[in-house]
Design a protein around this ligand. Sequence first.
Ligand code: ADP
Ligand code: MG
Length: 472
Amino acid sequence: MRSIEHIYINGEFVVPCGEDRLDLINPATEEKIGDVRLGNEDDVKAAVAAAKRALPSLASSTKAERIDMLHSLRDTIAAKPDELVRTMTEEYGAPSYFTAFSVQNAASIFDVMAEAVAAYEFDRLVGKSAIRMLPRGVLAAITPWNSNFGFIATKLAHAIGSGSPLVIKPAEQSALQTEVFARRLHQAGLPSGVLNIVNGTGPIVGAALTNHPDVATISFTGSTQAAKIIQRAAIDGMKRVILELGGKAPTIIMQDADLDQAIPIALMSGFANSGQACVAGTRILAPRSRMTEVSEKLRVEIENLKVGDPQDPQVRIGPLASHAQWERIQTYIRLGVEEGATLLTGGTGRPTGLEKGWFARPTIFTGVTNNMRIAREEIFGPVLCLIAYDDEEEAVEISNDSEYGLQAYVLGSDQSRALRVAERLLAGRVIVNGAPHDPRAPFGGFKQSGIGREIGAYGLDGMLEPRAILTP
Ligand code: ADP
Ligand code: MG
């Protein structure tokens, strides 16, 4: 049992003004493992004031100073991954393959931003005008629970890279992870006020940040629903919003695909992060002529994806993050059946042998058409739809027929043909033939998947505004 009693303002761990508390639960055991004292509007005021005081100095820092800060952050996160991995497993329930990646990825985010800062042209000459790319002001960030370290690292990297002090409200359910991460970030010795962290709920701390007149930019990762509330609130303050939201990624299995290779990749993308990933490939599109073969292969291969205790290194799918998430998934599985889809595997309830913990059965629906709600809405759990297409044209059409446009996957033996299909997809990232994670690729989506991009120069562009000086 751990009680999180502090938030982080102006370089110090302080007791928040807010007095409400929230229980923290281990999703694999349903046991209470701690609680957190939540901040309120007054804490937001103090945090934004600290960030505002830090602005002049951070805004005028040199490239070399920013790169130094980013390297210190990388080093302090990379130094001892064990405690971070352990806390993420305990509080969030991600399988060990994913926690190991998350911690290493969080460190590399700072490195990638350091590279981007080194290459970025903050000073440019356009016509006769001297351009300088200036930070917009204080950055407020609001992030979800499905990859807490990565999100905090991403927002902080963009803050430092652009010279904008940060106030971040991570997901309140991730307070143990936020605490261990914050203690580590503190060791990087950033100037006071550059980083401020306020635990709290969306409607209280999130809303106070969104409405604060001294916040210039809001960087939000989370649901499309919350993003709309945030964007509306941002209008009055003329704040820029950068939104990284939901997805319903298609995975196109091409006519010529080698199923021995394609199906395991499709399943890993679909069930990534136990299905709680905005980038998960949740609509598998397969040629109608190969449907039987594809279904059979999916049914066989899914047996290799072990569900269970996230500490077990063999496990690929852990529990859902919360009871609310578990209920949501059950509702969608029932909905799929009601809509007339067929269960190829999985269904409601818990997997056999797992009576405790918010474990759902990895589920695949066949006979799905793209107009069904299970094919259109983001489920955010281990539930996939198998959709038939007649030809390449139709595969592209179904893929793009979505409110979302965050990520897409194409799997085929003829790579140039797969690439031609990839070029017709409207998604922020298209992954061809299981290409590995590229930490330098811009991230963000089209349509309801968001506005703007993160990572590298694309990420910096969103945080900066050009000032032009014209001389006679
Ligand atoms: P989920 O409902 O799955 O937690 P959300 O998009 O609601 O996903 O949560 C992502 C982040 O947004 C969390 O930090 C949450 O507290 C915050 N949030 C939720 N609602 C609001 C809101 N109205 N204003 C600001 N932040 C919000
Ligand atoms: Mg919500």
